[in-house]
Structure formats: structure tokens, C-alpha cells
Ligand binder design. Structure first.
Ligand code: M6R
Length: 612
């Protein structure tokens, strides 16, 4: 979603700000803007553009220089993508510039209050209200004015503020939207994403909610909203720059699909105890109270959105079957408003790649408020969800840049399997069974490589079906959520309508759609319910449906019922989704590429959905 970058120092910062914005381009945006102030000449330069950062760059000329500045990519919420609505926003007296991520929920009442004082508004945004609210409190101290304004605000914000009369400092603050300060030598930076500052420094301070940073060239003062000075730790950014490059791949999504053998090794690293047939997750065991609550839980809720919700469904199947604890999977956006029943025997697991998803965060806060122990499964280290949960498991999949989640999904499923084995081994799971599962885990990277080696089979199928208007994805058991995930991937990046269903559910409605123009993708691997899936396939064939099947190596029977077959190796049932999803990721990718779409930045989508 929106991205923020800022700089204060002695050098011209335009190229740093633009580069910083490009580093978060993948998060999704529809307009961009920059403001820089040249302290020596007191001249201010602001440029905005609707569309891509490259269009903004074209508007910048060699007169646009400055040694402090703010930049922003906007994902439209209040008002369409337009010059007026894009950031930075300017106060009526043209002295204060503001970039903002988040939503000011009470902006209408604030607007009325300001209009009564004579303020005029030129955009449809909540951000323009905030910048003028700050102006309304300003006498001669921008830090004080920001603090006073933030006391009036309801909602979420990550902000950067510049006042032309106080060019020695920039002010930043956060509530619910990520913000970090990068520490340099005689220059400092800030951003909503560490990727924006990594080219300059790996020393950063993460702001917590209701904190303010006053950033000078040579120091940073941290305060809370009550104006008390606070001490913050400098942390190291845990990103390898190569991780945020395409590395020779045509798209980040393709790179991330092909990275999965390695990212799964990273998710498993140090967490498997083969000779005890179990797993060890430090992020859980270091919190004995939470760990014990999990093992003894009478109920587990898993809350998530999108792809993470699909991995949560797989987690439900795993935990119920092996650890024997009832699990309920909820869309985070629903959980929050539905008054779920939570007791001290309930544990809530939140799954989020980004760790910043507003719906998941809000649901988590509700769960905490009701007294549940909370566990986070996040990929982004230091993200808000990873911080607000009582314990957690990092995925260690590395930065996921493609908007369509791939490697985070398989790492989420792996993390859930690791948790399942850990709990189950405290219960009825035998050493033999635990050993079998963890041994299979270790084989997965090699098995995925064998699927990736056959990616051309999937590409050929993609070429044949790229013009289809609808797809149906069907699977059963552990592979039902994979059917949902395959359909979501296709929708997201190729804009083809696709639905996922449990295969048996097809006859209760979707079967009406089956004809020769409806490709139906079956996940029909040789497991306990294989024969049932074959029956469902025959029902489709009887109605002239076209069948593409993800099947097990060595399954000859499947060829006669399918029009196209993608063969994959087998593993134990709870890990199977990690294999069956790979061809579906590839299929979505190749179809989108064939259709000429921007795979890494699909229309309307944002990588990290920080608004409700
Ligand atoms: O960062 P999160 O895992 O919390 O994100 C949740 C969804 O927004 C996300 O999975 C979304 O559905 C992806 N675009 C899926 O590819």
C-alpha cells in the first residue's frame, strides 16, 4: 500500500527519495509525490504525478534539489488517484508538508472544525485535514503542533512532517502504520519499509505506536505523545540487498516461486529434532506460558486474510487431525466484529506475511482484549503483528516482493506443520509418526525442485488456456484450501474469474457451470480420498468439462479421465499442499505473462493491506 520515505542531511536527497520509493513500488500504489527543501536557498520544490514513479521522475529537473525532503506513494482510499489527492499535502499557509499512511477516521468532524476557522480544502483526502490541523496548532514549534494535532486524531497514521521555517528537523510519528528511522552519519532517513533505506544503512529504530521521532541531521530524539523522552534500541535490518533484486528472473513472482526449495529450508532451519521425531520452535518455547497454553488449549482460532487464510485452513486440518485440538479459521475482518467466544483456554494464531494487515491486526487486538494468548506467524521481522503477539514463529522466507503471495504460503504451511508436530508429540503422536513427518519435511526441497524442473509442462497448458474466461479449482481434504489458493492466484494476476471448491461440493451447484469451455483443475493425488475425487472427475467428464489434473507420479489411471495431467511426487498428506500448490502458482504466472499483465504489480492490489 502507501509508502513513505524521508531524508535530512547535507546532500541532495532527490535520488535517494526516488530510489526509496522504487524499493516499495511492489506494495501497490496509484500516484506518487516528493517535496524537497534546499536549506541554503530556502527554496522548496514539490512534484506529484498520477501513475508510476517513472512518471514522477520525468517531472523532476535539475532545479529540484534539497537537503531534506519527503516522498510518498499513494494507494487511493479517500478520493480517486489524482494530482490533488496525492501526497505530500500542504497546509493552507504553504509552510507545512505532510506524507501519511493510514486513515484518519474522524476526518469529517475535524474538517468541519477547521472550516469553521476558515480553512479551505482542495483534495478529498483525510491527510489534507491532518496537515491543516497541525497548522492550526502551530505557533513556533512544529514538534508541539504535531503532538497536539495527533491527540485529536482517531484512526491510524505513519507520518512524516516538514516545516519550511524549521529546516533543521523532520518529525515522524506512528499509530498502527509502520515507520522506522534509519541512522546515518550526519544524515538520517525514515521510511515505512526497511527496503527503502537499506542502500544507506542497516541501523534502524522501529517506532512503536504513539511515538514521535524528531529527526535532525546528526541525532534523533524519541518521545511519546505525552512529551516524555524515551530510549529506543538501534536494530539491524535483516535484509540481504540481493533478496530485493530480481536476480536475473523476469519477475519477482517467478523468482519467489523458484526460491521455494530454499525458503522452506530456511523455515525449517534449526527447528527439526529428527532423532526425537519432533520439532522445536524457539519463538514458542521461549514463552513457556504461551507454549503451555497452546499445548493445553481447548480451542484454537486462526485468523488471517487472503492467501494467509488459505494456509490457516490447512492448519485447521493439520491441528485437528494430529494434535486433536478443535480449530476454527476466521477471516480476520469478520472475527473482530462477530464477538467470538474466547476463554483462557483459547489460543489465537494470527497468520500474516507482511505482519501489517490492518484487518488481522485489529482482530488480534480484539482477541487480546478478550484475554486470549496470541501467537503470530509472520514473515516480516519486526512487523507490527510480530510485536503485538505474545509469542511467534517467523517464516524466514525472505522479502516477498511479488504482490501475489507464493513462497510465504508454502512457508506458512510449513510453519503450521512444525507447530502441529510439536503439539501432537506432547499428545498421542508416536515417535514413529513424528519421525516420518519430520523426515518427509526435509525431503520437500528436493521434491519441489523436481516439480520446478517440469515447469514447461505447466507453461504449455497455460498457453492453451490463457483465453478461458472462467476456471474451477477442485480438491479435497488438505488440498481443498490449495484449490482456493490456486483460484486466488489466477484471479489476482491474470484477472480471470476462478473459483475454488471442495471437489464433492461441485454437485451442489457449480456443476451447472460445467461445459466444454470451462477448464476444471482437479488436485487428485493418491491419498485416502483419491477414489472419491475420481468420481467427481467423472461427473465433470460426463458433462464435457475439460479436466486438468495435478496427479501423483506413476498414476496411469488418471490419464484416461483427464485432458491434461501435471505429475508431481508424493509426500505425507499434511505436507502435500506444499507440493500441489507449486504447479498452480506456475499456471497463474504463465497465464498472466501470456496475457501481457504486470505480474508483480497487479491492478488494484497492494502487497500489504494496511487499511480496514
Ligand atoms: O500480509 P498478509 O499475509 O496479512 O496479507 C494477507 C492478504 O492481503 C494477502 O495474502 C493477499 O491475499 C495476497 N495478495 C495473496 O496473493
Amino acid at each position: 500500500m502507501c509508502g513513505i520515505v524521508g531524508y535530512i542531511g547535507k546532500k541532495d536527497c532527490v535520488s535517494f527519495l526516488i530510489e526509496g520509493l522504487k524499493r516499495v513500488e511492489y506494495r501497490g500504489y496509484d500516484s506518487a509525490g516528493i517535496v524537497v527543501l534546499d536549506e541554503s536557498s530556502s527554496s522548496i520544490h514539490i512534484k506529484k504525478s498520477v501513475g508510476k514513479i517513472i512518471d514522477l521522475e520525468k517531472k523532476i529537473d535539475n532545479r529540484d534539489i534539497g537537503n531534506l525532503g519527503l516522498a510518498h506513494t499513494r494507494w487511493a482510499t479517500h478520493g480517486e488517484p489524482s494530482m490533488e489527492n496525492s501526497h505530500p499535502h500542504i497546509s493552507n499557509n504553504k509552510k507545512i508538508y505532510l506524507v501519511h499512511n493510514g486513515i484518519i477516521e474522524n476526518y469529517i468532524s475535524l474538517q468541519k472544525r477547521l472550516e469553521a476557522k476558515g480553512y479551505k480544502f482542495y483534495s478529498e483526502t483525510d491527510t489534507e485535514i491532518l496537515v491543516n490541523l497541525i497548522e492550526s496548532y502551530y505557533t513556533d514549534d512544529i514538534e508541539l503542533a504535531v503532538k497536539k494535532a495527533l491527540f485529536d486524531v482517531k484512526g491510524t497514521y505513519g507520518i512524516g512532517v516538514l516545516h519550511v521555517d524549521e529546516p533543521d528537523k523532520l518529525i515522524v510519528a506512528r499509530l498502527g502504520s509502520p515507520l522506522l528511522i534509519g541512522i546515518g552519519e550526519n544524515e538520517n532517513y525514515f521510511a515505512s519499509d526497511p527496503a527503502s533505506v537499506i542502500s544507506k544503512t542497516d541501523d534502524v529504530v522501529y517506532l512503536d505506536d504513539k511515538e514521535i521521532g524528531v529527526i535532525y541531521k546528526d541525532r534523533v530524539v524519541h518521545k511519546n505523545l505525552e512529551d516524555e523522552i524515551i530510549t529506543k534500541n538501534i536494530e539491524k535490518i535483516d535484509i540481504d540487498v540481493q533478496e530485493i533484486e530480481k536476480d536475473g528472473y523476469e519477475h519477482f513472482m517467478l523468482k519467489e516461486i523458484f526460491q521455494q526449495p530454499r525458503t522452506l529450508i530456511d523455515t525449517m532451519r534449526g527447528r527439526i529434532i529428527l532423532d526425537e521425531g519432533t520439532t522445536n520452535l524457539g519463538g514458542l518455547r521461549q514463552h513457556p506460558q504461551v507454549y503451555n497454553a497452546l499445548i493445553k488449549a481447548e480451542k484454537i482460532y486462526i485468523i488471517a486474510c487472503g492467501t494467509s487464510w488459505h494456509s490457516a485452513l490447512i492448519g485447521e486440518y493439520m491441528i485437528e487431525e494430529y494434535a486433536k485440538i478443535p480449530v476454527e479459521v476466521e477471516y480476520a475482518s469478520e472475527f473482530r466484529y462477530r464477538d467470538p467466544i474466547i476463554s483462557e483456554k483459547t489460543v489465537v494464531i494470527a497468520i500474516s506475511q507482511s505482519g501489517e494487515t490492518a484487518d488481522t491486526l485489529a482482530a488480534l487486538k480484539e482477541a487480546k482484549r478478550k484475554g486470549a494468548y496470541t501467537i503470530g506467524l509472520c514473515n516480516v521481522v519486526g512487523s507490527t503483528i510480530s510485536k503485538v503477539t505474545d509469542a511467534g514463529v517467523y517464516l524466514h522466507a525472505g522479502p516477498e516482493i511479488g504482490v501475489a503471495s507464493t513462497k510465504a504460503f508454502t512457508s506458512q504451511v510449513m510453519a503450521l506443520a512444525l507447530i502441529t508436530v510439536d503439539i501432537a508429540r506432547h499428545k498421542d503422536m508416536s515417535f514413529r509418526e513424528g519421525y516420518k513427518i519430520v523426515k518427509e519435511m526435509k525431503l520437500l526441497p528436493t521434491l519441489i525442485n523436481s516439480i520446478l524442473d517440469n515447469s514447461m509442462v505447466v507453461k504449455d497448458i497455460a498457453l492453451k488456456f490463457k483465453d478461458a474466461k472462467n476456471f474451477l479449482y477442485l480438491g479435497r481434504g488438505f488440498n481443498f484450501p490449495v484449490a482456493l489458493e490456486g483460484a486466488l492466484k489466477l484471479k489476482e494476476i491474470s484477472y480471470i474469474h476462478a473459483e475454488g471448491y471442495p471437489a464433492a461440493e461441485m454437485k451442489h451447484g457449480p456443476i451447472a457451470l460445467i461445459d466444454k469451455d470451462m477448464p476444471v483443475i482437479f488436485i487428485a493425488i493418491k491419498d485416502a480420498i483419491y477414489d472419491k475425487v475420481i468420481t467427481n472427475m467423472k461427473e465433470v467428464k460426463a458433462r464435457n468439462g475439460v479436466i486438468i489434473t495435478i496427479a501423483s507420479y506413476g498414476d496411469e489411471e488418471i490419464e484416461s479421465i483427464s485432458d491434461y495431467v501435471i505429475k508431481i511426487p508424493d509426500t505425507t498428506n499434511l505436507l502435500m499442499p506444499i507440493l500441489t500448490v507449486i504447479p498452480l502458482q506456475l499456471l497463474a504466472y504463465y497465464i498472466a505473462v501470456e496475457k501481457g499483465f504486470n505480474v508483480d504489480m497487479p491492478r488494484n492490489l497492494a502487497k500489504s493491506v494496511t487499511v480496514e
